[in-house]
Write a protein that binds this ligand. Structure first.
Ligand SMILES: [Zn+2]
Ligand SMILES: [Zn+2]
Length: 404
């Protein structure tokens, strides 16, 4: 987002609070269901691009990114055949597939301009960073895939990668160890540790589907297991990707939300409830602590102002889940209002980021000056970082080393 454009949001967020809602995409935007990680015969999938696209079109998705290993499948003919305005879209992409010894290091490049070759490097972080940068150079959006696959990427390594906003908190492949184990944290625990350290990441859910010819077999990487619901004005690649990178989406393994928003001083989650199921909504803050749990399909959390960040998780009684993206909540009521003034996701964080960078005369208010001394939202090599919470709280788990 151009700085000047974002600055308007930032100032509006600070001074207008909830009134800004009228300017957020949520009033006219729609939810689009999509999967950003899929394989075909062009790498190690078992079906043609045509059959793969057909599966998603026929199962209620609005968009699909084809991401074969080190191969960029053309989507023009697929869109001519299956695409329909505001109904279905195929987005080009690639799973840039690199490694360090036995460790697979895979980074998706969504809507890259051209094929991105694996960049190599001297360490896990170096390889991830080089590939992220190459994807950015190709005007693509990176997401870091299945960190616990072959236990390749520790949370401390994941935390160090810059210029990327997205990682897979859930991957539907049966061998990717989403939940961790043997002393290695699960991906949600890693996410909270990273957020608690002051680095903003958004969690996506994907299929990583390879196998379309064995429906119902849980031991193969079939489709339909994890997806994102993206809030965008129109079904267009760039609008979808921009929404993902500002956190205006939720990840799901089966829970559908009627709405989710963070505005004023509250975050509200409304589940599109199945009459046969029951739900719990958990609001989560520093170190993964559950700040509030509501045993219902509709839940509201009121920011206290010192949470650092707040995200939400919906648990359905059959094991399905939804992950709502974190919003940054800084100490003090004005900060909480600013962080929460925008719709769900990182727009609040962006507000603070931009406000921090505005020329001093634009934020000469004495109150804001004092806030300035208390906030540390800043940009480091393209990543947003923030003061991780109440003074004296040290992130837990960041020094944990994974046994390979
Ligand atoms: Zn992979
Ligand atoms: Zn894959």
């Amino acid at each position: 987002m151009p700085l000047r454009y974002a600055a308007a949001f930032a100032l509006a967020g600070l001074f207008c609070g909830p009134a800004l809602h009228a300017q957020t995409p949520s009033d006219t935007a729609r939810w689009f269901k999509g999967n950003t990680h899929t394989h075909t015969l062009n790498s190690d999938g078992d079906s043609t691009p045509d059959a793969v696209v057909r599966w998603y079109r026929e199962h209620g998705y609005q968009f699909l990114v084809l991401t074969d290993h080190n191969f960029l499948t053309s989507v023009d003919a697929l869109n001519a055949l299956h695409g329909a305005d505001q109904k279905f879209l195929v987005v080009k992409g690639e799973e840039v597939t690199d490694r360090l010894g036995p460790k697979p290091l895979h980074i998706n490049g969504l809507d890259v301009d051209g094929l991105v070759a694996p960049q190599g490097g001297s360490s896990v972080v170096d390889i991830l960073q080089r590939n992220v940068d190459a994807i950015r150079a190709a005007r693509g959006v990176p997401h870091i895939n299945h960190p616990n696959f072959r236990w390749a990427i520790t949370l401390d390594e994941l935390r160090q990668v810059r210029n990327t906003k997205l990682f897979e908190v859930f991957n539907g492949h049966p061998e990717v160890n989403n939940l961790g184990g043997g002393g290695v944290p699960g991906l949600e625990e890693a996410w909270d540790a990273i957020l608690s350290s002051g680095t903003l990441l958004y969690g996506i859910a994907v299929d990583d589907a390879h196998v379309f010819r064995q429906p119902g077999n849980p031991n193969v990487s079939g489709p339909g297991r994890g997806w994102v619901m993206v809030r965008a004005q129109r079904l267009e690649p760039r609008l979808l990707l921009e929404a993902l990178e500002r956190g205006d989406f939720y990840a799901s393994t089966g829970v559908i939300l009627d709405d989710v928003r963070a505005e004023g001083r509250t975050m509200t989650v409304s589940v599109k409830a199945d009459e046969f199921a029951k739900y719990r909504v958990q609001f989560i803050g520093q170190q993964g602590r559950v700040l509030r749990e509501v045993a219902a399909a509709h839940a509201t959390y009121e920011f206290t102002g010192d949470e650092g960040y707040v995200r939400a998780r919906v648990l359905e009684s059959n094991g399905r889940m939804a992950w709502v993206q974190p919003v940054l909540v800084q100490t003090g009521p004005p900060a909480a209002a600013a962080a929460a003034a925008l719709s769900v996701g990182g727009l609040g964080a962006l507000s603070w980021l931009v406000w921090w960078r505005l020329p001093r005369p634009h934020r000469g208010d004495r109150k804001l000056q004092s806030l300035r001394g208390e906030r540390l939202t800043q940009e480091v090599d393209g990543n947003e970082t923030f003061q991780p919470g109440p003074a004296g709280h040290q992130p837990r788990g960041l020094d944990r080393r994974v046994q390979q």
